[in-house]
Write a protein that binds this ligand. Sequence first.
Ligand SMILES: [Fe+2]
Length: 217
Amino acid sequence: MNNTFVGHVDLFPVAIGKYKNTDHEKTKQSFINVLESYPKDKVYSDGEDLIHFFNDGDFNPRQHPGLESLMDWILDCVGDYAERFLGVKDRKFVDLNTWINSNKGGTQAPHVHNNSFLSATYYIQLNKDHSGLNFYNPRMSPSLRRSTIDIEPDVQTAYTTPYQGVFVEQGDLLIWPSEMLHGYIQPPVEIPRVTMSMNFLPETVSSKLYGFKISKL
Ligand SMILES: [Fe+2]
């Protein structure tokens, strides 16, 4: 009998949404102004080359010249992602926390963002020497981040790879489900890779039994 493959069904795909700010150059300059005036004693670093600004998640772009409307645009993108991939229309989202990282060489170990539904990163400064973002296959064993049965380690398909990198450019906004394990390795560079990251929850959740509202304390 012949092998008569008649097609396949991809089950439970995960969407990493990508949006582009077409006015990024102005936005970038505004971010540079923010970082230049940031108090030096508030900078947090776990290594000299990976610097965390607003490490408590308390950056509010609405309060900074040139960035007043950036979060409105990001929330529009998050709403669009929810409509495209979650089937939820006209749902508002609450930005929970926002912070900025500047990396001239260092690793963000694989991690997830908890107490959050959707997460996002806006790429403020990125060039060809900078890393994008890796997402780890949720079907792989979390402790090993590799296939439970590694039949042939040198052969990988989209179904068996432990992780996949997403290519980004400066001005891009990535949006993903917060439970996705992600991270990256940035080799040493002269010009820092600068990003702003955020977490979101929907403003209202309405199930068949009950609903509730989210508001920040
Ligand atoms: Fe992260």
